[in-house]
Design a binder for this molecule. Structure first.
Ligand SMILES: CC(C)(COP(=O)(O)OP(=O)(O)OC[C@H]1O[C@@H](n2cnc3c(N)ncnc32)[C@H](O)[C@@H]1OP(=O)(O)O)[C@@H](O)C(=O)NCCC(=O)NCCS
Length: 178
């Protein structure tokens, strides 16, 4: 299985992959045009034949915070670690961009806990609430649970964790008093 950044030509497959979960109310609808405009947010997992079996997106909200969005694994491919692999990939990407926090709004909070996410509340995500939730038609019917993690504490692998902590310390060092 290959996990890679999405290309524009993947947008249709990503859109189709998400549709069953959008209909079930598990994912927010993302029109094809939205996926194209934001294709750089998306990563995909493809099988050896190049078919896209899973997708997920990392969307930056401000200088510190990234949102994991549109995480979907094809029904026939679930339970084989693809969802986990995509979350690890997106968290690694968040580290590369030096976002400090990553969050998701999800119906499946338990899925995210092994990656260091904890249950949160919208009071900690005011920028998300003001920008998106207030305009959402489901605002008063929303059952999504916010989960949030410290990107640099997230357990990806011990090597990556050590490297990320080192990078973070190096980044913070100039701000420390002499
Ligand atoms: C949730 C989803 C992304 C998981 O992907 P997956 O590839 O099936 O998950 P994995 O095989 O990586 O599973 C890893 C672990 O998460 C658990 N898990 C899977 N789906 C879960 C869910 N909906 N809720 C809680 N835990 C879940 C698995 O049991 C597994 O646990 P284990 O390691 O103890 O065996 C996938 O089921 C999906 O696309 N669901 C529909 C869309 C959706 O709900 N998106 C999610 C949230 S924003």
């Amino acid at each position: 299985m290959n996990i890679r950044k999405a290309k524009l030509c993947d947008a249709g497959e990503i859109h189709a992959l998400m549709q069953p979960y959008v209909r079930q109310g598990l994912l927010l609808p993302r029109p094809l045009a939205y996926i194209c405009e934001n294709i750089r947010d998306f990563s995909v997992a493809e099988d050896p034949q190049g078919r896209i079996l899973a997708c997920g997106a990392l969307h930056f909200l401000d200088e510190d915070v990234a949102e994991l969005q549109s995480l979907a694994v094809d029904a026939g491919a679930q339970g084989h670690g693809l969802g986990s692999a995509l979350v690890r990939h997106l968290l690694k990407e968040a580290r590369e961009y030096q976002a400090w926090k990553a969050f998701a709004l999800t119906h499946a909070p338990e899925f995210f806990y092994p990656f260091g996410f904890e249950k949160s509340d919208m009071g900690q995500l005011t920028q998300k609430f003001n920008r998106d939730c207030l305009r959402c038609p489901k605002l008063n019917l929303c059952h999504q649970v916010p989960v949030i993690c410290d990107v640099f504490q997230a357990p990806l692998s011990s090597d990556e964790g050590a490297r990320a902590r080192h990078e973070r310390e190096a980044l913070l060092a100039p701000a420390l008093p002499a």
